[in-house]
Design a protein around this ligand. Structure first.
Ligand code: GUN
Length: 286
C-alpha cells in the first residue's frame, strides 16, 4: 500500500485557526494581542519573501507585526541597538532576525542579544540549553513543527528508532534533541558518516534536513517507516525538491511528507505559536 501523505499545509492551517480563536478571546477580554518584530538586513530575495509571508500570517491571525528593513552595510552596533529597542518594547513578544546575515555581522552576538524570552526562533544558547536539559522553553521552529506533524498525525514516537540526517544548529541538532525528549532512540548522521544507508534502513522515523535532492534513496526506507523531508532545494526551472526520492520512498513508507507542503508551512506556524507562548508565559502582565 502506498504511503499516506502528511499534509503539513492542512495541519498548519488548522493551527492558525486555533491561534486566531485565542487572539479573538484576548480581544474580547480587552487584552493586547501578541506582537512579533522581524528584522531584515539587506535585500536577499528569498529572505524578503519569508518576511512578507510572516507579516501576512500575523495579519491573518490578528497578531501585531512590525517589520524593520535595514541596509546591508548596517554596523553590528546599530543592529544591536535595534534589537535592544525591541527587547524593551512591551508590545513586542517575539523578535526574529532573519538569517542569513551579511558576513561582517557576528551571528552569535546577534542571537545572544535577543531577550531569550522573546527568542521565537529558539536559537538563543539559553533556549537551546533548556532543550538539552529537558526543560524546553522557546523551541526551534522547524523541529517543533516536525514534532507536531508526528503528534497530530497520531504516529507513535515513544521507543521508536529515529534517524536524523544533517546536524545543522537550527534543524538537525535540535531535531535530534526533540526526538530524544519524546522517547526515541536517536541516530544523527552527517557528512562524515560513511554508512547513512544503514542508519536509514534501521529507522522507524527518518528525518532528512540536508538540502541535497535525492540524497535519501527510496529503496533504503524500511517498510512502514515514517519519512519527514525537511530538505528544500529549488532547481533551475524553479521547481522545489526534497532530500528524499519521493516516488520510490512512497512505495515503502507508512507516512511521508511532500515537498512543498510538508514541513515548510509548519515552520511558519510554529513561529506564531512561539510568539503567543512568549506572551502568555513571559509577558502577560505587560
Ligand atoms: N532564514 C530562513 N529560515 C529562517 C528561520 O526560521 N529563522 C530565521 N531567523 N531566519 C531564517
Amino acid at each position: 500500500m502506498p504511503a499516506q501523505i502528511i499534509d503539513g499545509k492542512a495541519i498548519a492551517a488548522s493551527i492558525r485557526q486555533e491561534l486566531r480563536i485565542e487572539v479573538e478571546a484576548l480581544e474580547k477580554a480587552n487584552k493586547r494581542v501578541p506582537g512579533l518584530a522581524v528584522v531584515l538586513v539587506g535585500d536577499d530575495p528569498a529572505s524578503s519573501i519569508y518576511v512578507k509571508n510572516k507579516r501576512r500570517d500575523c495579519k491573518e491571525i490578528g497578531f501585531k507585526s512590525e517589520v524593520v528593513k535595514l541596509e546591508k552595510e548596517i554596523s553590528q552596533d546599530k543592529l544591536l541597538a535595534k534589537i535592544a529597542q525591541f527587547n524593551d518594547d512591551p508590545s513586542i513578544d517575539g523578535i526574529l532576525v532573519q538569517l542569513p546575515l551579511p558576513d561582517h555581522i557576528d551571528n552569535l552576538a546577534i542571537l545572544e542579544a535577543i531577550d531569550p524570552n522573546k527568542d521565537v526562533d529558539g536559537f538563543h544558547p539559553y533556549n537551546v540549553g533548556r532543550l538539552v536539559l529537558r526543560y524546553p522553553g522557546l523551541r526551534p521552529c522547524t523541529p517543533m513543527g516536525v514534532m507536531q506533524l508526528l503528534e497530530r498525525t497520531g504516529i507513535p514516537i515513544m521507543g521508536k528508532d529515529a534517524t536524523v540526517i544533517g546536524v545543522s544548529n537550527h534543524v538537525g541538532r535540535p531535531m535530534a534533541l526533540e526526538l530524544l525528549l519524546a522517547g526515541c532512540s536517536v541516530s544523527a548522521t552527517h557528512k562524515f558518516t560513511s554508512n547513512v544507508q544503514e542508519y536509514v534502513e534501521y529507522a522507524d522515523i527518518v528525518i532528512s534536513a540536508v538540502g541535497i535532492p535525492g540524497l535519501i534513496k527510496g529503496e533504503w526506507v524500511k517498510p512502514g517507516a515514517t519519512v519527514i523531508d525537511v530538505g528544500i532545494t529549488r532547481d533551475e526551472h524553479g521547481k522545489l525538491h526534497g532530500d528524499v526520492e519521493f516516488d520510490e520512498a512512497s512505495k515503502r513508507a507508512g507516512w511521508i511528507t511532500p515537498v512543498p507542503g510538508g514541513v515548510g508551512p509548519m515552520t511558519r506556524v510554529c513561529m506564531l505559536q512561539n510568539t503567543l507562548y512568549a506572551m502568555t508565559q513571559f509577558h502577560s502582565g505587560d
